[in-house]
Write a new protein. Structure first.
Lengths: 306, 188
């Protein structure tokens, strides 16, 4: 009996794999290239899994769970507490990858700049944390619900407070626009869908699903970078935030321009950086070239370069 | 009451008295009430990101509206006055926290998620994530301490010293068209 069940499970796994991969591939090419759209998967999965289940006489819980997993994914709802949990995981991951600076005064200065940006945003309350990481990598990271980091390597590149504010405003926008969540949706893959089927068997309520699968994905997205559309979106809103907070909006394209020739780090490997700079400058011109603070002296005083 | 009786006979005076009392009650009832629409909300002493917490309230707690000031609302709760950000309260008490369907998340047009609640420290999920991966929570916990260590006075001082307004500045257009004429034409 045991042996028979094992081989049936094996067959079903292969069949489900086929179903899922077929479904995914078929639906993968959404018009704007934004990645797999699982909203139709349950429609495809149903007749095929029923056929497989019927033919193999397999335990219907397995086929039911694949279907349930697909349906679950259609409507899985992520709430603010889930997002915060993901952001906290990003914070844990980042602070285990790079050391958090021991220079508390420097960290406080960077936080104050970040909080000035947040204060001028559509979400001035709630969790917003800023940390400086001791690494020469030129980089910045944002976790959902406001866990934001910038590296010393990035700080060294900057001339003034407006440039720092620009980078932080860009990261703040990733949070404001829930880009981490979008990364979770876009990353859904064949393997993930197979995992869903397996997890659903163990946890039919699915309450742990978002945390167990979404969290590693969002950490990966936060660390490896967001896609080009999200980066451009973050730049555009960052310009608005800089103006709203009273900073010179040129801070952002100035920082990007410094990185054109630099190697390494997420900023310099983002595709279309010249395009980003041109778009930012164009947007600033359309806003009428608003004046704003650069605060170079305060920056130099607080960020003592080694 | 008796003086009223002399002015207005019988029933009329009774009704007048009722209206007088009802009017007073009505005036109190006319004060607007908002209900907390997040799991945990800090009522703060000023309309700023960094501010002193006056009271912390839970979802659906009623807050008496004292005034509306831009995006913020001045409220009174438990005898204390403070501010809340408009999006964190609503006109009716609500149910549980509202999430956004994962399948609906799209770049640039993310369906607005409910404002998150005040967060006090690392939750069970993050601790579980850390222990499962053999990771330390020290750095993440230190981030909370550092944020808590920033006072409202420091923030005000930082804004003032930098000549930063601390509110939202509207972009002022250039007084001449030179800037616009000089802007590179971009195909959108």
């Amino acid at each position: 009996m045991k042996t028979k069940r094992k081989s049936i499970w094996g067959m079903t796994a292969v069949a489900l794999g086929f179903v899922v991969s077929f479904g995914t591939t078929h639906l993968a090419c959404s018009k704007d290239g934004s990645g797999p759209d699982f909203s139709g998967l349950s429609k495809i999965a149903q007749p095929i899994t029923s056929a497989v289940g019927g033919a193999a006489g397999v335990d219907s819980r397995i086929t039911d769970s694949a279907l349930a997993a697909a349906k679950y994914l259609d409507g899985v709802s992520i709430g603010p507490a889930d997002e915060d949990g993901m952001g906290q995981a990003v914070s844990v991951s980042i602070t285990n990858t790079y050391p958090l600076t021991k220079d508390v005064a420097l960290n406080k200065y960077v936080s104050l700049v970040g909080l000035t940006i947040v204060n001028a945003s559509d979400r001035p309350v709630g969790n917003w944390q800023f940390g400086v990481l001791e690494t020469n990598e030129v980089n910045a990271f944002a976790g959902p619900n406001g866990y934001i980091f910038v590296t010393r390597g990035a700080l060294v590149k900057m001339d003034n407070e407006a440039q720092l504010a620009g980078v932080l405003a860009h990261e703040v926008t990733h949070v404001l626009h829930h880009h981490g969540l979008e990364g979770v949706r876009k990353d859904v893959s064949v393997d993930l869908a197979k995992d869903l089927a397996d997890i659903h068997l163990k946890d039919p309520s699915g309450t742990g699903l978002v945390r167990s699968l979404g969290t590693p994905t969002v950490v990966k997205v936060a660390k490896s970078g967001y896609d080009q559309g999200q980066e451009l979106d973050a730049d555009a809103t960052a310009i608005e935030l800089l103006v709203a907070a009273g900073y010179d909006p040129n801070g952002l394209p100035q920082f990007l321009a410094k990185l054109e020739s630099a190697g390494g780090g997420a900023f310099s490997t983002h595709p279309g950086k010249s395009d980003r700079i041109a778009k930012a400058r164009s947007q600033i011109a359309r806003l009428g070239n608003p004046k704003g603070k650069t605060l170079a002296d305060r920056y130099q005083k607080n960020v003592k370069l080694k | 009451m008796s003086r009223l009786n002399k002015l207005l006979p019988g029933r009329a005076s009774q009704l007048a008295a009722l209206f007088a009392v009802g009017g007073a009650l009505g005036a109190t009832a006319m004060l607007a009430v908002k209900y907390v629409a997040v799991d945990k909300l800090d009522v703060v002493d000023r309309k700023r990101t960094v501010a002193r917490v006056v009271a912390t309230v839970d979802r659906n707690a009623p807050l008496t509206v004292v005034a509306t000031e831009g995006d913020w609302i001045k409220v009174e709760v438990n005898g204390k006055q403070g501010y809340v950000f408009g999006q964190t309260v609503s006109d009716q008490p609500g149910g549980k926290s509202q999430g956004v369907a994962l399948s609906k998340v799209k770049s640039g047009k993310v369906q607005e998620l409910e404002q998150a609640a005040a967060v006090r420290g690392l939750g069970a999920g993050a601790k579980q994530y850390a222990s499962a991966g053999g990771l330390s929570t020290t750095g993440a916990e230190e981030m909370f301490r550092r944020r808590d260590g920033i006072t409202a006075a420091e923030f005000e001082s930082f804004l003032a010293a930098g000549g930063l307004p601390g509110g939202r500045v509207a972009a002022e257009p250039a007084t001449t068209n030179d800037a616009l004429a000089a802007a590179p034409k971009q195909a959108e």
